[in-house]
Design a binder for this molecule. Structure first.
Ligand code: NAD
Length: 291
């Protein structure tokens, strides 16, 4: 299959390489020459522009920073150059409203579009083990699924247009709030004189168990190997968590939802990202709670 891939950064680079390794003809484009060169080295074909990548492609995958980039590429390069019935898969994390309006505009132009954001970071993108949550029609999902399956371990149809983005930000709002709760709990346990590994052993098999504790323990030497054991380098940058929490707050306001924990998590990550000059993993927020 001939697939255009636009946005070959930290995530898109590995994803495009996995599509090429699966035998697809991947026509890659990125504004960054460095990112494009890496993709070509990984087996993709260089396109001189997004428009060139899209021309003659059966599917177009985008992995871009935010809604305005996706809308810009769709309007400027995809709509004028995509043939009838071309499948558009936007895997970026963007706001629900833009995802819905992109899909509406694409459908009006005779294209088939889905939002398909991912869970999993750079390592999962490289390894082809992402989880995709997909919003769109049954037809869109049926066509998108085999392509996404080459880049991930799970592909789930979340619902209609925008449902993928809604699922993504709801999941990450829960993750952000649970990480802070895990961090403050571990800090309190230490102050109360508990051995943190002992507390981990107890809470991991008790009702306090959660992913942020058992799979992503934010203290070095406690639980499995996590970014905490690597000085909080790698993993999921706190700035990206903040981006997702802001998107969640925007979406919550649009439907008048009461999200007190999500809102507090957004405030705490805002303060942390502003003060952290090293761009550390989101679990490093424990540093602000150990004082
Ligand atoms: P990134 O900044 O590394 O990559 C984005 C790429 O898009 C860059 O290479 C940039 O040059 C390119 N780009 C921007 N505008 C463009 C345009 N108009 N045309 C062509 N290329 C353009 O970002 P990333 O970490 O790869 O994240 C991509 C998306 O995935 C984001 O929406 C992010 O929120 C989401 N995401 C990231 C992670 C992660 O761990 N990094 C995890 C899950 C989801």
């Amino acid at each position: 299959m001939r697939i255009a891939f636009i946005g070959l950064g930290n995530m898109g680079g590995g994803m495009a390489a996995n599509l090429a390794n699966a035998g697809h003809e991947v026509r890659a484009f990125d504004l960054s020459e460095e990112a494009l060169a890496r993709a070509v080295e990984a087996g993709c074909t260089r396109a001189a522009s997004a428009a060139e990548a899209v021309t003659g492609a059966e599917a177009v995958v985008t992995m871009l920073p935010a809604g305005k980039h996706v809308a810009g590429v769709y309007e400027g390069d995809v709509y004028p150059n995509a043939g009838p019935g071309t499948l558009l898969l936007d895997c970026s994390t963007i706001d629900v409203a833009t995802a819905r309006s992109n899909i509406e505009a694409a459908t009006a132009k005779g294209l088939v579009a889905v939002d398909a954001p991912v869970s999993g970071g750079i390592a999962a993108a490289n390894a082809g083990t992402l989880t995709f949550m997909v919003g769109g029609t049954e037809e869109g999902f049926a066509r998108a699924e085999p392509i996404l399956a080459k880049m991930g371990k799970a592909v789930i149809h979340a619902g209609d247009a925008g449902a993928g983005q809604a699922a993504k930000i709801c999941n990450n709002m829960l993750l952000g709030a649970s990480m802070i709760a895990t961090c403050e709990t571990l800090a309190l346990a230490q102050k109360l004189g508990l051995n943190p590994q002992k507390f981990f052993d107890i809470a991991s098999v008790s009702s306090g168990q959660c992913w942020s504790l058992t799979s992503y323990a934010p203290l070095p030497g406690v639980g499995p190997t996590t970014p905490a054991d690597n000085d909080y380098k790698g993993g999921f940058a706190a700035a990206l968590m903040l981006k997702d929490l802001r998107l969640a707050m925007e979406a919550a306001a649009s439907v008048d939802a009461d999200v007190p924990m999500g809102s507090r998590a957004r405030d705490l990550y805002e303060a942390f990202v502003e003060s952290d000059k090293e761009g550390r993993d989101f679990s490093a927020i424990i540093k602000t709670l150990q004082g």
